[in-house]
Design a protein around this ligand. Sequence first.
Ligand SMILES: [Zn+2]
Length: 205
Amino acid sequence: MQNLNEKYQSVLEQREKVLKEIQDMQQQEIIKKYLELQKQKDNLEDEYNQLYKEVKMEEYKSCQHILVTDTVAGSGFNYQQYFGCIKCGLTSKVLDFPREKLNSLQLQAMYDYLYKNHFINNTFYDLRRLTGIETNIDCDIDLAQAIYTRIKNAHPTIDDVTAIKYFEIALNDIRNIKVNNERKINRARRLSLNDNFNRWDNRRI
Ligand SMILES: [Zn+2]
């Protein structure tokens, strides 16, 4: 017990000493300046986050979407079908998560956009309410966006109908030309996907 009391007393004193030192330091001009900058940074961060989401939501609203489906196999014969845009990346996948589980600003903006516009069910009824072109392509949405981005980089002024044609050619090449694992990893890297990306072909479900 005595030991414990001594330890308690010692920690109490150290703590007070440190708190006092912090208080003294906070009186220094340079520290005041530092604290003020931290506060400004936090405020700007909040403002930035808010504006980023608004910009993204505006992008989703004004995009003439090119829509694909993304069929994901579940257990047994179950599967889940999502929709997504290969241009802006908007995907109904986000609706599968509670909002607080979405850890990126972009995914939160997607969720807010879909939710705000009452796309609360992941159905094709919702899909048809988005403006743009609905294709019959079924493809992982990350892969689809990666392919589209490459086409758009190579042909900045390409129209949507031609872009879809190029997209289908690129996707068919990826699916039909057999490559070994190493080349698949290189291909994933070229498309800025994860090394372990393996959803090249949604048809094999
Ligand atoms: Zn879009």
